[in-house]
Design a protein around this ligand. Structure first.
Ligand code: TRH
Length: 377
């Protein structure tokens, strides 16, 4: 469901600091693109745009990427109508000073959002949309608003571009795989995009032990490195591991975000991580196992629990998530082959499709942002 009411054409400034990995810029780029697809004009200020060279190699009409430097060089750019601070970054005071005086001159309220991380935990519902009065600095007296993405209609929703379903419908799996050089003759396909999951060895053993031939499509970077480590240091010494070569490996280059989506649509099971790839795997509508960004205080454990509850995951899918994330390691008496097997596929598939269907009934994140903006005097 997309909100279709005509929207004012506004100028947006999105600010993004790349802390770690690719999620910060990945989410901000998708947000910028999504806004531009709906007629908005977007400047994306980012302190490290290097990943965009492969994530979004051709850019997008309506989106301008600018270097967010320290000290801030605004290059004389006047602030737009809407400000978005992604993931708790702070916009420079010079820019806020100009934004504030523009608002005062036009007698307008601030359109200033603090875009937060995605979680299925209850706090996202409680905090979504809350005002945050600015008490000091050049923006003193203005009000920002918290914008929490989420999985239910009482949150800010998920990023979903208007043409997603039509693009999925016209996607041809065999053609796309051929173009990537994957020699696919009907094998089960599993994508691997992860950190260093506790359950990697268990999953590889389970896939190799299953009767169905599987190709693991491995993304570069941490996922490929983690795989090599497990193969070299653990499984390489086990004579029985993958003896029949049921499991084979295909190493991918970095893909554009568009092709990363295609990868998820092409696979039968997606192993994803972080934030943006989880959302994309949900839209792919295939079984998925999510690795959360590991946090020192195990804050990712309740986050995983909340997601599995929302997903209405059956016990086998919960178990796979727990093993994958090292939440409850596989008890020694449980054969790892049970972690994943062909019998579970229909149930996992039905669960993920039902979740996708629930999400499709809700407003997407950009529709909600636009509605919020349209309703602000
Ligand atoms: O890279 P991530 O692990 O990012 C994470 C999360 O954002 C998390 O919330 C944050 O706390 C942590 O970093 C520090 O995973 P994520 O969010 O899935 O982002 C990956 C992006 O990279 C996503 O937009 C998809 C994109 N991508 C491609 O475009 N091409 C590729 O080939 C690959 C492997 C990824």
């Amino acid at each position: 469901m997309n909100q279709t009411a005509p929207q004012p054409k506004l100028h947006w400034d999105i600010f993004c600091r790349v802390i770690d990995n690719f999620g910060d810029i990945g989410v901000c780029w998708r947000l910028a693109l999504n806004l531009a697809q709906r007629g908005q004009t977007v400047r994306l200020w980012v302190d490290d745009a290097s990943a965009l060279s492969w994530m979004a190699p051709v850019g997008a009409p309506g989106v301008q990427v600018l270097a967010w430097t320290t000290p801030f060089e605004s290059h004389g750019v006047a602030p737009g109508d809407v400000l978005v601070e992604a993931f708790g970054c702070d916009i420079d005071p010079e820019f806020i000073t100009r934004y504030t005086s523009n608002l005062q001159a036009r007698d307008q309220a601030a359109l200033w959002f603090n875009l937060e991380y995605l979680s299925a935990e209850d706090y996202a519902k409680r905090c979504h949309g809350l005002p945050s009065p600015v008490m000091s600095g050049p923006g003193r007296g203005l009000t920002k608003h918290f914008f929490y993405p989420g999985f239910t209609s009482d949150t800010g929703g998920l990023l979903r571009e208007p043409d997603l379903l039509s693009r999925q419908t016209s996607f041809d799996r065999a053609t796309w795989l051929g173009a990537q050089g994957v020699a696919w003759t009907g094998q089960r396909l599993v994508s691997l995009f992860c950190y260093e999951p506790a359950g990697l060895s268990a999953l590889l053993q389970a896939l190799a032990a299953d009767q169905v031939p599987t190709i693991l499509l491995v993304t570069p970077g941490r996922a490929a490195a983690a795989l090599h480590r497990v193969l070299d240091e653990e499984l390489g010494f086990q004579a029985m591991f993958n003896r029949d070569k049921t499991l084979s490996f295909f190493y991918l280059p970095t893909l554009s975000q568009t092709d990363f989506d295609h990868l998820l649509w092409a696979c039968d099971l997606n192993l994803v991580r972080g934030e943006d790839s989880l959302v994309r795997a949900l839209w792919a509508g295939k079984p998925l196992i999510w690795q959360l960004y590991p946090q020192a205080d195990d804050a990712h454990h309740p986050k995983l629990g909340a997601f599995l509850d929302w997903l209405q995951a059956p016990p086998s899918l919960r178990h796979a998530h727990h093993v994958w994330n090292g939440v409850h390691p596989t008890p020694p008496w449980q054969p790892t082959a049970q972690l994943i097997s062909q019998q579970q596929w229909p149930e996992w598939q039905a669960t993920c499709l039902a979740a996708r269907q629930r999400l499709l009934q809700q407003h997407d994140l950009v529709s909600q942002l636009l509605a919020f903006v349209a309703n602000t005097p």
